[in-house]
Design a protein around this ligand. Structure first.
Ligand code: FUL
Length: 469
C-alpha cells in the first residue's frame, strides 16, 4: 500500500455521525439484575423482573449530567429475556410483574431519550440461551423478526450493537448467524444506524477494561470486521478475569504503515472503547462501593474520546430500576469536570499561522470545528509548524486537535511546544496520531506562543479544529 492509497480510505456519513457523539452510555438490565449474575441461563422466571421504581427520565438525567449524548439498552441479553413485549416469544416483559405485564422498558427508555435530546440505540444479543430455535435456521428468522420490532416501533436508532459473545443454546447447538441478512435488515429499516462490534461500522477496541492504544488508527485491515474474528476474541465464559484483561501486545498496532504494508483490503473502522463504571456489566449490590474513581474514568475519556475513539460507558440500573446514587454522583463529577475544563477556548482570539498552506485551506479555518472549511498543507509537505500567538500570555493545560477525517487520517507524529514571553521554548507534549480528535493534556504552562509541530504525516496534513484550554 502506498501512502496515497492509505489516505483514500475515508469514513461514510453514518460513521462520521457516530464518532461525533464521542461519549455515550450503555445500560445492562435484565433478569441478571435480580439473580446477581452476569450471564443468565435462559431458564429464569420472568416474574423476578420487577423494577418498582423504574424511571427512564432518571437514567437520561444521569447520562446527560456526565455529558454523554446517547444511550444503548440491552433489549435482550444472552438469557433471551426481552425488555419489550415481543410478539415472537413469551420470555419477555409481558410475563413479568412489571406493570402487571403491560410494561415496555424499551419504549420508556426510547421515549425518555428522545424527550431528553439524546440518541437511543439497541443491543440485541445474537446468542440466546432461551430460544428453542437457537441452533436452527429458523432462529435467523426469529432474530430478524425481533430486530424488525426494535427498528420499526421505537423511533430513530443510532446504533445496533451485536455482541461477539456466543455460546450454545438450550439444546446444546451453536448458531450459524446470517450476518448479511441482519445487516441488510438494519440498512433497510434504519439506514443511519451504525452497526457495532460484530458489524461493519464501529470496531470493538478489543478489551472490556477500558484499555486503549497509544496510536489508534481508523484505517485498518478489512478482515478485522469479520464477525467470526470478533467472536473469537470475545468473552467465552462468564469470568470476571476477562473484564480486566487488556489489549494483547499482538493487537496493539492495527494501523501503522508497518502493520499495513502487506495488506490489500483496508476499511475505515473507528474504535469504540466499552467498559463499565463498576466491575460488572449488571448491577450487584456488593459493587456499590466499587464505582470507578473520577481519575480512572477521566483517564479512559482522555484516551478514548481524546485518542481517536469513542467511549461507551456502562451504567447498571439497580433492582428498583434506577441508576444508583453512587454512580449518579460520579457521572455528575465527570460532567462538571469536562464542562469546566473545556469552557473557554483560549485560541479564539489568538493569531494562527502555518508554515505551509494550500490556497483556500488557510489555518484560520481551524478556529471553528466542522469539515466544510479546514486547514490543509501544500501537497507534498508532510512536516508543518502551526503557530498560535496569543494577544497576551495565557495559562494553558490542553490542546485539542482534529483532522478533517473526510480526507482520512494522516498525522503520525507531533510535538506541542510552549514559548513564554521571554522567548524560551519547551516541548510540553509529544504525540502520535490525531484522527477524529486528539486531546493533549499537559502541566499548566504560561504561553505567549504555542507551536504544533507536525513531524510526520502520511500525506500533507489537514486540521479541521485547533483549540487551547
Ligand atoms: C460481553 C458480554 O458477554 C457481556 O455480558 C456484556 O454484555 C459485554 C458488553 O459484552 O461480550
Amino acid at each position: 500500500m502506498t501512502d496515497f492509497e492509505l489516505v483514500k480510505v475515508v469514513p461514510n456519513e453514518r460513521q462520521i455521525a457516530h464518532q461525533s457523539l464521542e461519549f455515550y452510555a450503555f445500560a445492562h438490565f435484565t433478569v441478571n439484575t435480580y439473580t446477581d449474575k452476569e450471564w443468565g441461563e435462559g431458564t429464569e422466571d420472568p416474574a423476578i423482573f420487577n423494577p418498582v421504581k423504574f424511571d427512564a427520565d432518571q437514567w437520561v438525567d444521569a447520562v446527560k449530567a456526565a455529558g454523554m449524548k446517547g444511550l444503548l439498552l440491552t433489549c435482550k441479553h444472552h438469557d433471551g429475556f426481552c425488555l419489550w413485549p415481543s410478539k415472537y416469544n413469551t420470555h419477555n416483559i409481558s410475563a413479568s410483574l412489571y406493570k402487571n405485564g403491560k410494561g415496555d422498558i424499551v419504549r420508556e427508555v426510547a421515549d425518555a431519550c428522545r424527550k431528553g435530546g439524546i440518541k437511543f440505540g439497541v443491543y440485541l444479543s445474537p446468542w440466546d440461551r432461551n430460544s428453542k430455535l437457537y441452533g436452527t435456521e429458523s432462529y435467523n428468522d426469529y432474530f430478524i423478526n425481533q430486530l424488525t420490532e426494535l427498528l420499526t416501533e421505537y423511533g430513530e436508532i443510532f446504533s445496533v450493537w451485536f455482541d461477539g459473545a456466543c455460546g450454545e443454546g438450550p439444546n446444546g447447538k451453536k448458531q450459524v448467524y446470517d450476518w448479511a441478512r441482519y445487516y441488510q435488515c438494519i440498512r433497510e429499516l434504519q439506514p443511519n444506524a451504525g452497526i457495532s462490534v460484530c458489524g461493519p461500522d464501529v470496531r470493538w477496541c478489543g478489551n472490556e477494561a477500558g484499555d486503549t492504544r497509544e496510536s489508534e488508527w481508523s484505517v485498518v485491515p478489512a478482515r478485522l470486521s469479520m464477525a467470526e474474528r470478533v467472536a473469537e476474541l470475545s468473552q467465552q465464559s462468564d469470568d470476571a478475569e476477562f473484564r480486566e484483561r487488556k489489549i494483547t501486545s499482538s493487537d496493539r498496532d492495527l494501523g501503522s504503515r508497518e502493520a499495513l504494508k502487506n495488506e490489500t483490503d483496508l476499511i475505515w473502522y473507528p474504535a469504540e472503547v466499552n467498559t463499565s463504571i463498576r466491575p460488572g456489566w449488571f448491577y450487584h449490590a456488593s459493587e456499590d462501593d466499587k464505582v470507578r474513581s473520577l481519575d480512572e474514568l477521566l483517564h479512559i475519556y482522555y484516551n478514548s474520546v481524546g485518542g481517536n475513539g469513542t467511549f461507551l460507558l456502562n451504567l447498571p440500573p439497580d433492582r428498583d430500576g434506577l441508576i444508583h446514587e453512587n454512580d449518579v454522583k460520579r457521572l455528575k463529577e465527570i460532567g462538571a469536570y469536562l464542562r469546566k475544563t473545556f469552557a473557554v477556548n483560549l485560541a479564539e482570539n489568538a493569531e494562527f499561522m502555518a508554515s505551509s498552506t494550500e490556497t483556500g485551506c488557510e489555518i484560520e479555518h481551524a478556529k471553528a470545528a466542522g469539515y466544510d472549511i479546514y486547514y490543509k498543507a501544500k501537497d507534498g509537505d508532510t512536516a508543518v509548524d502551526v503557530t498560535i500567538t496569543f494577544p497576551k500570555p495565557v495559562l494553558a493545560t490542553h490542546v485539542v486537535l482534529q483532522e478533517n477525517i473526510r480526507l482520512s487520517q494522516r498525522i503520525e507524529n507531533f510535538d506541542i511546544i510552549a514559548e513564554n514571553e521571554a522567548g524560551e521554548q519547551k516541548v510540553v507534549y509529544s504525540g502520535t496520531v490525531v484522527g477524529y480528535k486528539k486531546i493533549a493534556k499537559f502541566d499548566a504552562v504560561d504561553v505567549k506562543k504555542l507551536i504544533i509541530r507536525i513531524k510526520d504525516s502520511r500525506v500533507c496534513p489537514t486540521l479541521s479544529f485547533v483549540g487551547v484550554y
